[in-house]
Write a protein that binds this ligand. Structure first.
Ligand code: ZN
Length: 272
């Protein structure tokens, strides 16, 4: 599943191909992804000039004057720029033809993504955006915020971090990796975090995400070229998926437990 770093990398990767380009034509090959696409979607997008592309949580918002096209990649979606001459591929559901030699393609084998048009910014007008928490890379997401919001919360810190009402875009992988780096066990009860824990954890989250985004830059060609490669980044995870393998720090075995039905990985020596 694309997580925040992948979405950020896609936005950065396709941005130069979209800004100041007009949408000449829009092809809708599939009427239903997670929800039905608007009937007149293609018509609404024609002749619109793109001024901006941004990310909020894991939503991608392409916009211009009086138009906002919001895209969510769901479980298996990708957004790629390719040459107009390229043939349509299997699972290409939506294509924007640009006023250049490029097209923007939405491909999604499991069809769990979302694409919708609005005249107003979805950030202020759509209920999907109403209760979203802070962006993890923003200044507001800091130790004071995490400390304050975690008081009286009896849930495991890992589940707390994965709650998008608190902070957005931290999935299973990045929650596990950030907790390892911060030396905090994933099942620690949120209200028991100290101020020092909160400081370590917010810093670790930012570091892990920024590192993934930086690495993503080198695999960006998968998203913007036509070589047919898809899929998401391969990282060298410190704990995620490393059950029974030696911890990189103390060499003890990495443990796997379930927290809120999600597999969680940690080192019981290094994480307290
Ligand atoms: Zn260890």
């Amino acid at each position: 599943m694309p997580e925040l770093p992948e979405v950020e990398t896609i936005v950065n990767g396709v941005k130069p191909y979209l800004i100041n380009k007009k949408i000449i034509k829009c092809n809708v090959f599939t009427k239903k992804l997670r929800w039905n696409l608007q009937n007149d979607l293609a018509k609404k997008l024609i002749n619109k000039k793109i001024n901006k592309i941004e990310r909020r949580a894991k939503y991608i918002i392409i916009s211009g004057e009086n138009f906002f096209l919001t895209i969510h990649l769901g479980m298996t979606g990708t957004l790629r720029v390719s040459n107009k001459k390229e043939k349509k591929e299997k699972h290409d559901h939506f294509i924007l033809q640009l006023s250049s030699k490029y097209i923007l393609k939405y491909n999604d084998p499991r069809k769990f993504g979302m694409i919708f048009f609005s005249e107003e910014s979805p950030i202020s007008s759509n209920k999907l955006f109403n209760n979203l928490g802070l962006e993890p890379l923003s200044k507001k997401f800091n130790a004071e915020y995490l400390y304050k919001i975690s008081r009286n919360r009896n849930v495991a810190i890992k589940s707390f971090l994965m709650n998008s009402n608190i902070v957005v875009g931290i999935g299973n992988i990045y929650a596990s990796e950030s907790l390892f780096l911060a030396e905090i066990k994933p099942n620690k009860i949120s209200k028991k975090l100290t101020k020092a824990n909160c400081f370590a954890l917010t810093n670790s989250i930012k570091k892990v995400l920024k590192n993934a985004i930086k690495k993503g830059g080198s695999t960006i060609n998968d998203y913007i070229t036509v070589d047919g490669k898809k899929g998401y980044f391969q990282y060298d995870f410190k704990v995620y998926g490393r059950t029974s393998l030696p911890c990189h720090i103390c060499r003890n075995k990495i443990l796997q437990i379930k927290i809120n039905q999600r597999s969680s990985f940690y080192c019981k020596t290094c994480q307290k």
